[in-house]
Design a protein around this ligand. Sequence first.
Ligand code: FES
Length: 305
Amino acid sequence: MAEAWWAVARSEEVTSAKPINVDIGNQPVVLWRDAQGIVRALEDRCPHRRTPLSLGCVLGNGMIQCGYHGWTYDGATGHLKDIPNLKSDVKFPPVYRAIPFAVSETGGFVRVCLDANAPAPLPAAVTLPLCGTVNVALDHEHYIAALFDDPSAVIGIRGVRFTPYLLAELAEHEGKLVLERSCQWAGLHWPSPFSSDFPITLRISTDPVTGECDLLLRDDGFHPLLSATLAPVPAARGVTQIRWRAKLSDNRPGMRAKLLGAGPPFFVRSNIDGAALRVLKPSASIHAATLRNEIAARTAAASAA
Ligand code: FES
């Protein structure tokens, strides 16, 4: 987890006007943009009296100032730079240093790694224009499991009904957990739930550590209809914070345009139906833990060699 890159914010959410607080598990993080527009990330605790730095402000020079006694920190290093009313010949005690984290901004997401020396992640090719942020009262592991077992428990695509049928079992492909699910157009009469006509499929490609997913909805000719990235991050007290970005394909003629274009094409549920979740049987997710362990063991062996 320490070396993972977590998509903790969308680019639009981080400004130089006001610092924001995010979590990676139980680790609070403060984010803001400095005077050059670079996103900075520090532990969201002032080293002086543990006040959240996110309650402070961003100064004109791009440094962050604690709201309690006004101590000021450099975002790149976490070094203490100013204490109000301190005599000019007094040196800052080096013990007062905020913990800096590695930051990368790509594809419209701000990603943070708790290991400040981690190599940067690969840049994303595009920034998908539709976006949102949702907090759900469900822990990260169970959120991903629900997405694997029944996407409709946690997300929705306008005009599309997810079926229980998979094209194949959840499998590893190039280090990702990949699942392809048959779907139908919603609102049409289907003669039987066992209809063999599945004109659309949803491919979910998931990072085994962070659970960040690329979703691809395709028609029966394998033409893309909708692309989305879903980035769930574990937060405090069992909450999962989800940032997402999506884009409808430009080429979706006839019925597809009508159904997919009738409203917000993609949404993430903020309220999860607990009754439905309770009776949701593990299906695809039962393979995920095994695959994740295999990938983690292989990665550890490779880094030890
Ligand atoms: S608690 Fe931050 S400056 Fe005192």
